[in-house]
Design a protein. Structure first.
Length: 420
């Protein structure tokens, strides 16, 4: 087969959507993963990468458009431009259908599970714009700020990000110069209006005048790093520096409700919140199981543990263990009166994108009694882990998917597992 020159133009008939914001096509018998297109389209595409097994390409001319195609609202979206969004050129209902197809396909292929999936809207961004409350900007050597291009270290300078929350935009970060900085993270709470910028640098960086605290990442432990207060599930949550919090303003509330709804906690239950971050699920479960119950959160990041303990200080039956889930799970025992148990009624796990992996799944399968809720931002690692759960005797009983990242390929899922 003749090699395809990078940047060569090829004509393609576009097939199904694939995980990662791509659609699949074929060229000379080879698979091509194509961006900036939609299933059913005919396009002229520029090859951006050739590997032994497949090509990657950007659709640069649409010869036959899908009825789902719309004009991208953002002027920085498009082939070779900002890599932050993947589906600006699709209507919102189409974006959700594409994400549902991806989740279905990953479940089928990696876990052998056939299931219809519906991706639900998350309240707070009806047009899919103005939702992102945390944005990681990159800075060029000359101090110009922007967002990274797709699969590249190159920076697309921007002066506004349409998916950023208005509180992030109010910081004015894109309209300032940041000499010496390598990155600036903008953090804003939609609920409380708290704002923060976290600046990383090569050495000395000049901080422009801002009307919000700017934290310089020094590598040293800070006794009191700046934080924002977030509102969700009727409580206030302190989240320090770049600690994890859902970026869509409606996501924390929606996911907390979905986890409670599916786990159906009872008074007196023992529950475990793995990868607990600032303590969101431990907090709502702590309230639900009451003071006769017990909740243990596990989190590896020191500052997140301090935040979670502070956030849950009014719930003495909720505790937070610091450490890697992989290690802490092996030691965990729940004290009740004089007895100790190594079984929990309920487990919620919300791992990073890499998922939990076989060892953690095995331990969770042994630990959990009644129900497990698996919160995931990556359908591929979720599907892989569901296959492990099935080997250890747990079955997927329900799956909800949420559009917590409109305009992007990302989707958040809450899977419920029961024994048997
Ligand atoms: C997706 S966040 C979930 C946070 C929380 N459930 C929430 O909704 O706000 C994942 C969290 O897991 C933590 N983490 C990552 N790897 C870990 C590990 N091996 N053991 C424990 N915590 C880990 C991260 O620091 C992060 O706070």
């Amino acid at each position: 087969m003749p090699p395809v020159e990078s940047s060569e133009l090829i004509e393609l008939q576009i097939g199904a959507v694939a995980n990662g914001g791509w659609c699949v096509a074929r060229h000379d018998g080879r698979v091509v993963f194509v961006r900036h297109t939609l299933p059913g389209e005919r396009v002229r595409a520029r090859v951006t990468q050739e590997t032994k097994n497949f090509l990657r390409a950007d659709a640069v001319e649409i010869l036959e458009a899908s009825p789902d195609r719309v004009q991208a609202p953002c002027p920085f979206a498009g082939p070779g431009r900002c890599g932050g969004c993947d589906w600006q050129h699709a209507s919102l209902p189409a974006q959700r259908r594409l994400k549902a197809e991806v989740v279905q396909e990953q479940l089928r292929r990696l876990a052998g599970i056939e299931r219809d999936v519906v991706v639900e809207e998350v309240p707070g961004a009806p047009d899919g714009l103005g939702w992102r409350t945390r944005v990681q900007f990159a800075v060029r050597r000359d101090g110009v700020i922007g967002l990274r291009k797709h699969r590249s270290h190159q920076i697309e300078p921007i002066d506004e990000c349409l998916i950023a929350h208005p509180q992030v935009e109010a910081l004015g970060i894109e309209r300032k110069r940041w000499p010496g900085a390598t990155g600036v993270e903008a953090i804003a709470s939609a609920g409380t209006g708290d704002r923060l910028a976290v600046l990383s640098s090569r050495g000395r960086a000049r901080v422009p005048r801002m009307d919000a605290p700017v934290r310089l990442v020094s590598g040293k432990r800070e006794d009191k790093p700046p934080f924002v207060r977030e509102e969700a599930a009727g409580r206030l949550w302190q989240v320090s520096g770049s600690g994890f919090w859902q970026v869509h303003p409606g996501a924390a509330e929606t996911l907390a409700a979905a986890v409670l709804d599916t786990l159906e906690p009872r008074k007196g239950d023992i529950a475990v919140d793995l990868y607990c971050g600032a303590g969101l699920f431990a907090g709502v479960l702590g309230e639900a199981v009451g003071s006769d119950g017990l909740v243990v959160g596990i989190e590896s990041e020191g500052q997140a543990v301090r935040d979670a303990r502070f956030n849950l200080r009014d719930l003495p039956h909720v505790s937070v263990e610091r450490g890697e889930v992989e290690q802490v799970l092996d030691q965990i025992k729940f004290g009740r009166g004089k007895s100790t148990l190594n079984r929990a009624d309920l487990v919620v796990l919300d791992p990073p994108r890499t998922g939990a992996g076989r060892d953690v799944v095995k331990r969770v399968a042994e630990l959990a009694g009644r129900r497990i809720a698996y919160v995931s931002c990556d359908p591929a690692t979720l599907a892989r882990d569901l296959a492990f759960f099935s080997e250890y005797g747990w079955t997927l009983s329900a799956l909800r998917a949420f559009d917590a990242f409109p305009m992007t390929q990302h989707v958040e899922c809450v899977a419920t597992l029961i024994r048997g």
